[in-house]
Ligand binder design. Structure first.
Ligand code: ZN
Length: 270
């Protein structure tokens, strides 16, 4: 695999994003590899807990906006232009579809998050069960800058509450470690150089529990959210997201409005 690493130790599977030179920006190949790793961890009866982490300074800068990634994309029509039907189908599978699948794997998933976690990064983070954050973590979803109302997996309202979700989306501001902890988004905040070690300790502790018990506990919480409309809301908001893409394609031929300079300057900020 080019952008993701997979390893198991005792009862814990660890999936690591390794595209640190691109701030772990997600291209199609990375997402496919990531999904392959989750499937592998799910299928391995020895694995009780799954850890997702990322090499480098930042967890993920979001989607790789430089293109489809590795020439695999089929988001374009025969004329080589963006077509909303193709884009919708592609994102339904690779973004919302993958994220929803990971959210429902019947094993605890723990994220170790550091640095920037921007926009598409939340598609990886919201589906996870428990988050451990480094002191320098910065969650944000500034895609309103591109005239889109948030990333594809709308966990925001569920994970942060309605007013904070609106704040995050309207302002594009960063939620730092302290605030993320206060609102219950992350379980604990640890020094950057202890992030992986502390996450492993938690994973190992949880992995001592009965696997069926863990699966049932996860299902109990997820099912409670689902009967409140979690799944239905995710699907509805995905369609809202695509009216944003449709609007942008109509106006510019590109699925987002505005240039990427504002996003890049966001990432460049310390
Ligand atoms: Zn999208």
């Amino acid at each position: 695999m080019a952008h993701v690493d997979y390893a198991t130790k005792e009862r814990v599977a660890t999936i690591t994003l390794t595209r640190a030179d691109k701030a772990n920006a997600q291209n199609e190949q990375m997402l496919d590899e990531l999904h392959e790793c989750f499937l592998r961890a799910e299928a391995d009866d020895e694995v009780r807990v799954i850890v997702l982490r990322a090499e480098g300074k930042h967890f993920s800068a979001g989607h790789d906006m430089s293109g489809g990634g590795d020439g695999k994309t089929d988001r374009f029509g025969p004329d080589g232009k963006y077509h909303l039907d193709k884009l919708y189908r592609w994102e339904a599978k690779k973004y919302l579809g993958y994220s929803w699948y990971w959210r429902n794997i019947p094993k605890p998933t723990i994220g170790a998050i550091q640095g920037k976690a921007i926009a598409g990064a939340l598609n990886l983070i919201f589906p996870l069960d428990i988050l451990v954050a480094a002191e320098d973590v910065q969650f944000s979803d500034p895609v309103v800058l591109m005239a889109i109302g948030g990333v594809e997996y709308h966990g925001h309202t569920w994970e942060m509450g309605a007013r904070r979700a609106k704040d995050m989306l309207f302002t594009g501001r960063v939620f730092d470690a302290e605030e993320a902890f206060q609102i219950g988004l992350v379980r604990e905040v640890v020094p950057r150089d202890e992030l992986w070690e502390r996450t492993d300790a938690l994973a190992n502790q949880i992995a001592t529990r009965d696997s069926f018990g863990l699966a049932q506990a996860k299902r109990a919480v997820n099912q409670t959210l689902d009967v409140q409309g979690y799944y239905t809301a995710l699907q509805a908001v995905f369609d809202i997201h695509h009216t944003g893409h449709g609007n942008a394609i109509t106006q510019t031929g590109y699925p987002i409005l505005s240039d990427l300079s504002q996003m890049k300057s966001e990432l460049a900020k310390k």
